[in-house]
Write a protein that binds this ligand. Structure first.
Ligand code: SAM
Length: 261
């Protein structure tokens, strides 16, 4: 197929067979697994996955690529192509038979963060996720407190999932060659919450506010959300900065807001 890669859809097609094999190996698909691929593109991952499973759902926004995949790979009746925007896609609907989804994709980097947040909202129907992302984003997802990479993304992702950085991928593995390095990450949703959060919306708000100006002390960053006494009552030092807090402390802060109101 003669397809000009579209920048607006973050199209960098994977052509490195070795990397494709490593992703499939990491995923270790079994025939009965319900796998959902985001952004199949020209099918670099779709083909080897389709060889290994009975049924595969793929979500592709590009109106040229989606019918092409359907035409190329749809004949066995095992591939379902959804020509749709993954950012608004209802993943729960795919899991209505009660089986959890294994989500995989070489994600479009320009929308990777909102896409991750969209998936975290539906994480109750997700078994695990394997994503190729910009290496920098994977480093932020996996970061521990007190490091430059630690921020809102680290806290929110780690609240919902165990994060495992699997391996890095050189820019030359894609066409067109992206300006950044990539990495593959595995996310496994926690079976039970690892910290107690009374109100998840408030948790997200507190984490967002705390990191909005990361150089500020919590006392300043949380102004209007939580006063100094409540921060102290939550067991957190008001002079501390967001980047020094772990999940437990963010949970304590957000629970303190719920108690205050
Ligand atoms: N999986 C292919 C590969 O590895 O060669 C393509 C990966 S490419 C980085 C990202 C793919 O996601 C493209 O096919 C692009 O059209 C698609 N895409 C971009 N934005 C999307 C969105 N919002 N929803 C669904 N697919 C999207």
């Amino acid at each position: 197929m003669n397809h000009r890669p579209r920048k607006r859809f973050g199209q960098n097609f994977l052509h490195d067979q070795n990397v494709i094999e490593r992703i499939v190996l990491a995923l270790a698909p079994q025939r009965e697994h319900h796998i959902v691929e985001i952004g199949p593109g020209k099918g670099a991952l779709t083909r080897p996955l389709l060889d290994r499973v009975d049924k595969l759902d793929v979500i592709e926004i590009d109106r040229d690529l989606a019918p092409h995949l359907e035409h190329e790979l749809g004949q066995f009746g095992r591939l379902r192509v959804h020509q749709a925007d993954a950012l608004t896609f209802d993943f729960r609907h795919l899991a209505r038979d009660g089986r959890k989804l294994r989500v995989v994709g070489n994600l479009p980097y320009n929308v990777s963060t909102p896409l991750l947040f969209h998936l975290l909202e539906q994480v109750d129907v997700v078994e695990d996720m394997h994503f190729m992302l910009q290496k920098e984003v994977v480093d932020r997802m996996a970061a521990a407190p007190n490091s430059d990479d630690y921020g809102r993304l680290s806290v929110m992702v780690q609240y919902f999932c165990k994060v495992e950085k699997l391996f890095t991928v050189k820019a030359g593995s894609f066409f067109p060659v992206p300006k950044v390095e990539s990495a593959v990450v595995r996310l496994i949703p926690h079976a039970q919450p690892i910290v107690t959060v009374d109100d998840p919306t408030m948790f997200a708000r507190v984490v967002g506010a705390a990191f909005a100006q990361r150089r500020k002390t919590l006392r300043n960053a949380l102004k209007g959300v939580l006063d100094q006494e409540r921060i102290v009552a939550a067991g957190v030092t008001p002079e501390a900065r967001a980047e020094t807090l772990g999940l437990q402390q963010f949970a304590a802060l957000s629970n303190a807001v719920a108690k205050a109101s």
